[in-house]
Design a protein around this ligand. Structure first.
Ligand SMILES: Nc1nc2c(c(=O)[nH]1)N[C@H]1C(S)=C(S)[C@@H](COP(=O)(O)OP(=O)(O)OC[C@H]3O[C@@H](n4cnc5c(=O)[nH]c(N)nc54)[C@H](O)[C@@H]3O)O[C@H]1N2
Ligand SMILES: Nc1nc2c(c(=O)[nH]1)N[C@H]1C(S)=C(S)[C@@H](COP(=O)(O)OP(=O)(O)OC[C@H]3O[C@@H](n4cnc5c(=O)[nH]c(N)nc54)[C@H](O)[C@@H]3O)O[C@H]1N2
Ligand SMILES: [Mo]
Length: 631
């Protein structure tokens, strides 16, 4: 159930490895660290700092994420640092920051029990966040009302008052339609809007001019259901908006998040108890990784690179200050590697070959690198392209902190020893920095946190290990006597006023593609975790041994695809072969496939389209065709 047993799997990486021809040979830590320091410096000298880049791991600790971006920013002097939040909730962080001033949840998990009305949009909590999912179920059994907005009939749809089963990629028009009804029927919080929000006049003119009938056609959601949902939400006012990747991972990802925030503001929900925005974040430390500055345009605590006070602080604390221009995002670094502009990458705990979109392109780009360092628990698909592989200690084997989706920084301690010579990511980074000539000295990860508090005092100034015992602390926590923050924007929006935004629907390049009649949704299932390096090494693999393509029985019958039959699935970007499973969880003309096994090659099929604002890939709607696999 908890899938912990990966940690003593016999094929953990236990020694540093070095590529020699096509083979990997064990080397000592000292040799590995020397080699990395030498190569990084040489590539910088030959091609400039921006020929290097780093991906920090959202599976690793805050301290590891902080130090990796510090190494690249202060020693190498490039802002080419990013984390897997890019391919996950980058749209959430950007959308929330733009309209509220803070790129994280405004609410906390305790708000689930306090909420009278809950909207779940593009999240499948009973599978991807089972504890939160169970709490939502209990809240509904205790009388909370529930609206589910998802193209699939997820488990919580069975508990919902209303399920809006929209076409993938059409959140924006649906949320605009709900806003239109809320305003037209005066189901809005006028005092809240007057006091705390700007842009109302322009926004209401915009939605007023929208046609609900047109939106019903675009979204495939009946106008009656739109009215019903808006009236239910409006009758409660304060609402808890829970969202997931069904908003973020689309070309209109940031737009989806901001138009959902419109509903949060119209109903006076953001900054109130039992209400507000509660995005369910991804990996154990994806919130923390972005908080720590694992982003090319922002330093620790979401501080802009050109902030003069910050630069002064960094001068003192770091010695070197990075350039003011933002670096490249993960998809941009992959492209740049493909073009030969990025020569070296350091990839910490991210299996980009399996998890990034457009697998064939990723493989080509990585094979073009002069030098690739991978820090991993296992020999992942990405390791095949490495020049040096560093064996990492896992979450259960090290001290550090993780930050969860309600901004709660939590302290972890080693429960079991790391296997062989595997070491925590943070300490290996320190040693490389020292070999590169830095005078870094951190006796323990707590000392790293003390520095984080100094770099970003507005959010973390009051955070230190001795205060994290027990339940940890929710940021913002600016001072040693500050209790941490349960509800953000309680008195006023961090940005000053909340911003309503008028954004129109833009069909994605995957909508209405001739010859590709299905829209494929990719996502996750309960039994496996992302690339599955960990869960596939536990008894969970006996529960679910492969990824399957869910198809509505009506489509399956028309295409002559039997339950359990092998099918050939093809997009304009690539193809793969998978087992089909008839399922009424999915609507006709849409399909669902998970990406937990490398042999599924789900991401051969996903394409190059990114949200232009957040650069998040569109994993959630891909035009595909399929046929029974005759081979
Ligand atoms: N068991 C398990 N748990 C996990 C993970 C895992 O792999 N396995 N991964 C973790 C990670 S990294 C993350 S980011 C989270 C993700 O957690 P979720 O965001 O809950 O995960 P997904 O299954 O990717 O997508 C959520 C839902 O979005 C819906 N959707 C697709 N397109 C649209 C659309 O256009 N509009 C709307 N409204 N909905 C749409 C899908 O049908 C799906 O039900 O889970 C984390 N937890
Ligand atoms: N088609 C499709 N693709 C997707 C998605 C989708 O919905 N559809 N979702 C995207 C999302 S939301 C995400 S977050 C990504 C996730 O993609 P990844 O980040 O690639 O996947 P993970 O399985 O979370 O873990 C990455 C690696 O970290 C290693 N690891 C675990 N703990 C540690 C540690 O402490 N230190 C180090 N160094 N390594 C460690 C694991 O062995 C694993 O190989 O996938 C994305 N890809
Ligand atoms: Mo994620």
């Amino acid at each position: 159930r908890y899938a912990h047993s990966y940690h003593h799997s016999s094929d953990r990486l236990t020694k540093p490895l070095k590529r020699v021809g096509e083979e990997f040979q064990p080397i000592s830590w000292d040799e590995a660290l020397d080699l990395i320091a030498e190569k990084l410096l040489k590539i910088k000298a030959n091609y400039g700092a921006d020929a290097l880049g780093a991906f920090s791991s959202s599976r690793s600790t805050n301290e590891a994420a902080y130090l990796l971006q510090k190494l690249f920013r202060s020693l190498i002097q490039t802002n080419n640092v990013d984390c897997c939040a890019r391919v996950c909730h980058s749209s959430t962080a950007l959308g929330l920051r733009t309209v509220t001033g803070a790129g994280a949840a405004s609410a906390s998990y305790v708000d689930i029990e306090k909420a009278k009305c809950i909207v779940i949009a593009g999240a499948n909590p009973t599978e991807a966040h089972p504890v939160v999912g169970a709490r939502i179920k209990q809240a509904v059994l205790n009388g909370a009302r529930l609206v589910v907005i998802d193209p699939r009939r997820i488990e919580l749809a069975e508990y919902a008052d209303i399920h809006l089963q929209l076409l993938p990629g059409t959140n924006v028009p649906l949320f605009n339609a709900l806003a239109k009804v809320l305003i037209a029927e005066d189901l809005i919080d006028r005092d809240y809007l007057n006091e705390r929000v700007e842009g109302f006049e322009e926004f209401s003119t915009f939605v007023n001019n929208l046609s609900l009938e047109e939106i019903a056609t675009i979204t495939t959601v009946d106008t009656n259901l739109i009215y019903k949902a808006a009236r239910l939400i409006g009758s409660y006012g304060k609402t808890l908006f829970v969202h997931g990747l069904g908003l973020s991972e689309l070309t209109q990802g940031t737009a989806s998040v901001m138009t959902l925030c419109n509903l949060g503001m119209l109903t006076g929900s953001i900054g109130r108890e039992g209400a507000g925005m509660l995005p369910l974040r991804g990996q154990n430390n994806v919130q923390g990784n972005a908080d720590m500055g694992g982003m090319p345009n922002l330093i620790t605590g979401y501080q802009p690179l050109n902030n003069p006070e910050l630069r002064q602080r960094l001068e003192q604390l770091w010695g070197g200050v990075p350039p003011e221009e933002p670096g490249l995002t993960i998809p941009e670094m992959i492209d740049a590697a493909g073009r030969g502009e990025i020569h070296a990458l350091w990839i910490q705990g991210e299996d980009v070959v399996q998890s990034d979109p457009n697998e064939t392109h990723v493989r080509e780009a990585l094979s073009n690198l002069d030098f690739l360092v991978v820090q991993e628990l296992f020999f992942s698909e990405t390791c095949h392209y490495a020049h040096v592989i560093l064996p990492a200690a896992a979450a259960l084997e090290q001290e550090g902190t993780f930050t969860n989706g309600e901004r709660r920084i939590q302290h972890v301690r080693p429960a079991v020893p790391a296997p062989g010579a595997a070491r925590p990511d943070w300490s290996a980074i320190c040693d490389v920095a020292v070999k590169m000539g830095a005078n870094w000295h951190y006796p323990n990860p707590g000392a790293v946190m003390d520095e984080i508090a100094q770099v970003a005092p507005h959010f973390f100034g009051g955070v230190s290990y001795n205060r994290l015992q027990g339940d940890g602390l929710q940021w913002p926590c600016p001072a040693a006597d500050h209790p941490g923050t349960v509800t953000v924007h309680a008195d006023h929006f961090i940005r000053g006023k909340g911003q309503l935004v008028a954004i129109d629907y833009l069909p994605s390049p995957e909508h209405g593609v001739a010859g590709y009649p299905f829209l494929l949704i990719t996502g996750r299932i309960l039994e496996h975790y992302n690339v599955g390096t960990m869960t596939r090494r536990t008894p969970n693999q006996e529960l679910v041994a492969e990824d399957v393509l869910e198809i509505h029985p009506a489509d399956a019958n028309r295409e002559h695809i039997a339950d359990g039959e092998s099918v050939h699935l093809e997009s304009r970007w690539g193809s793969t072969t998978v087992t089909a499973k008839h399922s009424r969880r999915i609507a006709p003309s849409t399909l669902f496939l998970s990406f937990h096994h490398p042999q599924t090659h789900t991401n051969r099929v996903t394409g190059p389209h990114l949200d232009p604002q957040s650069k998040c890939p569109q994993y959630k709607a891909v035009a595909v065709r399929l046929q029974p696999n005759k081979s």
